[in-house]
Design a protein around this ligand. Structure first.
Ligand code: HEM
Length: 193
């Protein structure tokens, strides 16, 4: 067990193996075909979404509120090591969520009416637009400003402070949007709107 859990790669692989065993043992032989592929895409979509929104909430619920409590000489541990690593997974998971989400709506046959906010796809349509705005914010506002704020791109001190504030406020905006967005994601199948 220790050999598995001491390596993140092996831990993730073990999770995948466990899933395969579970599906083989408990699955009703329904693997393959369009319905299953759409379901598998839904699973990949939720995996990506959890990584993205989990990190968004980590930034907002843990990292940002903790920064003022950390002594200045220890702050580089966050700004030089933890935040860049978290931002890596954050922005690529955001892209993965968008791709799998759009593929899922296409495979389900309602991408156009959903994006056109037509009933009966209004719930998922609103959710998709909210999440697309959030993903735009990640890639085109939060990430470029974080690069300046964290010193990955060199700028004047005043610009650095401004970039940090813009990134923080946009991250807050995404946290706000994530609440109705997730409601809409789960509402489509369950009559929440
Ligand atoms: C632009 C980004 C996104 C797009 C295009 C998108 C698209 C979709 C689509 C088409 C569905 C299927 C709805 C249905 O027929 O029931 C769905 C479900 C879902 N999405 Fe997203 N989504 C996006 C972002 C997110 C994010 C950020 C999360 C965060 C975790 C998320 C979590 C979920 C969940 C939990 C479901 C419900 C799965 C189920 O009921 O089986 N989505 N999404």
């Amino acid at each position: 067990m220790g050999a598995i859990f001491q390596s993140l790669g092996r831990t993730v692989l073990a999770g995948v193996v466990l899933l395969i065993v579970l599906v083989l043992v408990a699955g009703g032989g329904s693997i393959g075909g369009m319905a299953w592929s759409t379901f598998a895409m839904r699973w990949l979509h939720v995996l990506n979404g959890v990584m993205w929104i989990g990190l968004l909430w980590y930034f907002n619920f843990v990292q940002i509120p903790s920064m003022p409590k950390i002594p200045d000489e220890q702050k580089p541990a966050i700004s030089k090591v933890i935040a860049p690593a978290a931002l890596f997974w954050f922005r690529w998971a955001a892209l993965g969520t968008v791709i799998t989400g759009l593929l899922l709506s296409w495979m389900s046959g309602y991408i156009a009416p959903a994006l056109g906010l037509q009933r009966p796809f209004l719930a998922i349509g609103i959710g998709m637009w909210l999440a697309l705005i959030m993903a735009f914010n990640v890639w085109f506002i939060i990430w470029p400003n974080q690069q300046k704020a964290l010193g990955m791109v060199q700028v004047e001190a005043a610009d650095k402070a401004k970039a940090a504030r813009t990134a923080m406020l946009t991250s807050r905006l995404n946290t706000m949007l994530s609440i109705p967005m997730l409601y809409c994601m789960v509402a489509q199948q369950n009559g929440g709107l």
